[in-house]
Write a new protein. Structure first.
Length: 370
């Protein structure tokens, strides 16, 4: 059994992916070829925003921060319970990460935890310029209260939607819920390519030109006209071709992920505590994650039964040596608690009925709910 079965998807899409990649090898426009613009148009149209491709989900956050002119000395609030890249991007632009706690039930940042992080920043004399909402495991953060809070402080909301492209909240799509969103096309994300890739989404079209300049060395009229310091962060044309083929079946795959999540809920709801999903949200189900009193025992039993599991994430970022210079909110206890209790189960659109039954069986036999 695979934790994410890319081979099954490859078998389904072999013909269309191969044709798309071969077309790029033949036309030879490997950098910002026509497939990139085509993909950006489709990605943006799906969600009702403007999409700009780039080299990774990490770069997407860096580019978003730079487009918002966030740099040395500025404060950026990020949840402590997230993948390291969320905070790493903040440090890469010279800004200071301020760690906020998350809700214990959903593992998402809330207005209350962000507010406590604003207090920690104020106490340290750091001015907060942005709050990064991480759509952990695929569920969008509800930005309503956070938008009011951020506006009161003159800060912008950025969504780190690396795990949530394809998700919705109240029928509105991730990518258009806040002014600036970023995503990743790392192979195991819900929409993944065959290497690294990412995109930035903006609702304000006037930021598109700036992002496109930043990804090509701060170019003006062309790349030999340098009007600002940029970087080299393009989405490869070959990867855009792979993504175009995958986008054709993406809705179908999202449905299969949601169906699997429902089956896990039905099979496991009484013996585990699945992280909660807002009834107004449709998660992209990057991960199906439960909280357990005996997480490590369940993981070991699963491994013996041939069921792969994963722990996202074993340490909150404020406990990681690399981020010791970040500012921590007073109370980060939910981030610490989740790091000790979460377990993610196999999640992909191609799970067989037998595999689903095996996962449910081993977890039911061993789990102690928290
Ligand atoms: C995967 C991920 C990233 C980074 O994406 P890459 O494409 O690997 O650089 C950033 N934030 C979160 C929450 C992620 O899951």
């Amino acid at each position: 059994m695979e934790f994410v079965d890319l081979a099954a998807q490859r078998a389904r899409l072999r013909a269309s992916i191969d044709a798309g990649v071969m077309a790029v090898l033949d036309h030879g426009k490997f950098i910002l070829g026509p497939e990139v613009a085509q993909l950006e148009a489709q990605l943006g149209e799906r969600v009702g925003a403007h999409a700009v491709g780039c080299a990774s989900g990490t770069d997407a956050i860096v580019l978003a921060l730079r487009a918002l002119e966030i740099g040395p000395g500025d404060g950026v609030i990020v949840p402590s319970f997230t993948f390291c890249a969320t905070a790493e991007a903040v440090v890469l632009v010279g800004a200071v990460p301020i760690f906020a706690d998350v809700d214990r039930e959903s593992a998402l940042i809330t207005t209350a935890t962000a507010s406590a992080a604003f207090d920690a920043a104020a106490a340290a004399g750091v001015v907060v310029k942005a709050v990064v909402l991480v759509d952990l495991f695929g569920q969008p953060v509800d930005p309503t209260g956070l938008a009011t809070l951020a506006a009161a402080h003159g800060a912008t909301l950025i969504a780190d939607a690396a795990q949530s492209y394809g998700a919705t909240l109240d029928g509105a799509s991730v990518g258009a819920l806040v002014p600036v969103s970023t995503t990743s096309f790392f192979p195991s994300k819900p929409l993944g390519c065959y290497g690294d890739g990412g995109a930035v989404f903006v609702t304000d079209e006037s930021l598109v030109g700036l992002l496109k300049s930043l990804r090509v060395h701060g170019q003006g009229a062309d790349k030999y006209d340098n009007v600002r310091i940029g970087t080299n962060s393009r989405l490869d044309t070959v990867q855009a071709a792979v993504l175009l083929a995958k986008l054709a079946v993406f809705d179908d795959e999202l449905d299969a992920r949601r169906e699997l999540a429902r089956r896990y809920d039905d099979g496991l709801g009484e013996v585990t505590r699945p992280l909660t999903v807002d009834p107004r949200a449709e998660s992209a189900w990057a991960q199906y994650t439960v909280a357990l009193a005996n997480r490590d025992d369940v993981a070991a039993a699963a491994k013996d039964a041939g069921v792969p599991t994963a722990v996202y994430y074993r340490a909150p970022l404020h406990r990681q040596p690399a981020y010791s210079s970040g500012l921590a909110s007073d109370d980060l206890s939910n981030s610490e608690w989740l790091s000790d209790h979460v377990l993610s189960l196999p999640m992909h659109p191609y799970m067989s009925d037998d595999d689903v039954a095996l996962v449910i069986d081993v977890v039911r036999r061993t789990a102690i709910a928290d």
